[in-house]
Ligand binder design. Structure first.
Ligand SMILES: NC(=O)c1ccc[n+]([C@@H]2O[C@H](COP(=O)([O-])OP(=O)(O)OC[C@H]3O[C@@H](n4cnc5c(N)ncnc54)[C@H](OP(=O)(O)O)[C@@H]3O)[C@@H](O)[C@H]2O)c1
Length: 280
């Protein structure tokens, strides 16, 4: 999903779309060979095992893709002298903030509680060990983008069913809903700053719960979202992987560099207009 938006938003650059089956991040030798033949200036590494609950059931595969895959991408970048922008996640944090209000900073120590989060954190560490001087770990969260699949697409579909019972949506998990377009803009900014390396948080500003996000989507879609929405707790929707209670990210590095991401409501309004048509 993110790769598709990057492809569109970076159209002014010379791009190589590196995707399965030709480009497999688990095949280390092949990856070095392919990357050397292309000789990129920058690699934006979006490939991952992203289904959080599946990762709990398939731990080995999650680490093979998210840890070893990222190691292989980092080694290939190092081998051909490419800068690496590696996409990571808010799930590296425990989601249990010491106090509220709270947002996790780039300097906070990750303590993942899921296999997905642990495997992505292991991938971050690989990148930082192998290619420390010319890599950025770009942490993003609560992503939606053209074509989906995403929470926003699911809710837009469920919300269209006027005859359905009120939609119950979790109201005790907080994060930063973020569009792939906003992430692409952060990537574009990072391309103008080759001097930046290390961890960068790149989500939208302001926090929301899933319920608040759904209410805003309902407002924007107007009569295309006739179904009622009611808040509920995490306990009412048990999942294999525990969800963070608060995984909002502080954009300390971007802000120091003078860059501000938009508030999530503005980014959502832009997205709804482009994906579903004019907003209400
Ligand atoms: N979605 C979110 O809410 C969210 C939040 C925080 C961070 N992120 C991170 O953002 C990045 C992009 O996520 P996304 O939402 O765009 O996920 P996505 O649509 O699932 O994209 C991941 C891509 O990786 C590909 N892939 C899987 N195994 C591969 C392999 N061995 N070699 C090469 N490619 C492989 C997948 O291909 P197949 O589809 O064919 O398997 C898929 O196209 C990921 O690093 C993810 O961890 C996402």
């Amino acid at each position: 999903m993110l790769g598709r938006t990057l492809q569109r938003e970076l159209a002014g650059h010379e791009i190589v779309v590196a995707d399965l089956p030709e480009w497999d991040i688990t095949k280390d030798d092949e990856l070095v060979e392919r990357m050397t033949s292309v000789s990129p200036d920058v690699v934006v590494h979006c490939a991952a095992m992203t289904k959080v609950d599946d990762c709990e059931a398939k731990r080995d595969l999650a680490f093979k893709l998210n840890e070893e895959g990222s190691r292989n991408v980092a080694m290939a970048c190092k081998a051909c002298g490419a800068r690496l922008i590696a996409i990571s996640t808010d799930y590296v944090f425990s989601g249990e903030p010491p106090r509220e209000p709270w947002a996790w900073s780039e300097t906070d120590i990750p303590r993942p509680r899921t296999v997905y989060g642990a495997s992505k954190y292991a991938g971050e560490q690989m990148v930082q060990m192998i290619h420390p001087d010319d890599s950025v770990i770009l942490r993003i969260a609560w992503l939606y983008g053209a074509g989906g699949p995403s929470f926003v697409h699911t809710m837009a579909k469920l919300g269209a069913d006027a005859s359905g019972a009120p939609l119950k949506v979790v109201d005790d998990q907080r994060g930063n809903p973020t569009s792939t377009k906003v992430v692409a803009d952060v990537v574009k900014f990072l391309l103008t700053r080759p001097d930046v390396s290390g961890i960068v948080h790149g989500t939208c500003e302001d926090q929301a719960t899933w319920y608040e996000l759904t209410l805003e989507l309902k407002r924007l879609l107007g009569d295309r979202f006739p179904r009622a929405v009611v808040p509920c707790t995490t306990d009412e929707f048990p999942r294999p992987a525990p969800r963070p209670r608060n995984s909002a990210l502080k954009k300390s590095v971007l802000n120091v560099l003078g860059y501000r991401t938009p508030p999530w409501r503005a980014a959502l309004a832009d997205f709804v207009a482009s994906e579903f048509g004019p907003t209400a």
